[in-house]
Design a protein around this ligand. Sequence first.
Ligand code: FDP
Length: 297
Amino acid sequence: MATKDFNTADTATAIQTIDQIVDVIAATAPEIRTGLPGRRIKSEETNPSGETQMAADVFADDLLCKRLGALEGVGEYASEERPESIDVGTGDLSVAVDPLDGSSNLKPNNTVGTIFAVYDAPLPAHGRDLVAAGYVLYGPIMTMIVARDNTVSEYVITDESNYELVREDITLPDEGTVYGFGGRVPDWTDDFTEFARDVEKDPSRKLRYGGSMIGDVNQILTYGGIFSYPALESTPEGKLRVQFETYPIGYILETAGGSSSDGEKSLLSVDKDDLHARSPLHIGNTDLIAELEAALA
Ligand code: FDP
C-alpha cells in the first residue's frame, strides 16, 4: 500500500502528532487495563449504535478523550461511545477510537482491545485520509500494533512509561492457516455460507474465533488466513463501524501486505458519510479475499 501524502501543509507537525498519539495510547492502556476489574458491569446508557455500554467502555472513552484531546496537533476526537465528534483544539489531525472493542467479552474475561485511527481530515473522514492506525490487545501480554509509514510494528507495553518494539515490518504469512467468521450462522447469506464451507474444506486450516474482533484480527496478523464479520440477512451492513473499526483494521491489514474487503471492494474505498455507519468486514490473505469477493459477486 502506498504511503499517503499529508493533506496538511505542516507535515513535520503531523508526524510529531502521530508519535504523540501513539505514546498517549501506550501510556493510557495500562490504566485502562487496571480499571477493568470493577467495571465489568453494564452502565445505564446505550451507545449511538444502540448497544448497552459497559462501565469500562465509558471509563476508557473518558480517559482517551481527555489525553488525546490535550495534544496540540489533534483537532477532533470521536469514539464509538459518543454521538458526535468533539472539537478538542485547532490541530489538523482527527482521532477516532473504539475505546474498548469486544467489551461484551469482559464478563467471561476474554480478550478486549483499544482501536485508534488517525485521519488527516475532519470527521467523519474517508479511508484514504488515514495516516496511521493501530490497536492495543489486552491479552495475557499487553501488545500494541501500529501501522504507519507503510509498515506495521508490534510493541509490548510494560507500564505507563515503557513500551518496547518487539516486531518490525510485520507481514501476513503466505500460507494462511486460521479462519474465523462472526455473526449467527443461520443469519449468514447463502453465498457467504457456501464460501465459509469451502474455506473449512482445506485440512491445513483451522477455526480460531474468539468473539472479540481485535483478538480475532490479531490471529490473522499472526498466522494468516481470513476473518469476517459479514453482511447478515437481518443486518446487511454487518455489525462493525466504519470510522472506528473497519477503516483502521483494513488499513493495518493492507499495510501488512494482506487485503481487506466489504465483500466487493477494499474497506478503504468504502464511502459512508455517517459517523456511526457500519460495513461488513473481511480481512486476510489476498488470495482468500479474492476468493471471497468472487463468491459474493
Ligand atoms: P462487542 O460487541 O463485544 O464490543 O464491534 C464490537 C464487537 O464486540 C467485536 O469486537 C466482535 O467481533 C463483535 O462485536 C461480536 O459481536 P456479536 O457477538 O454480537 O456477534
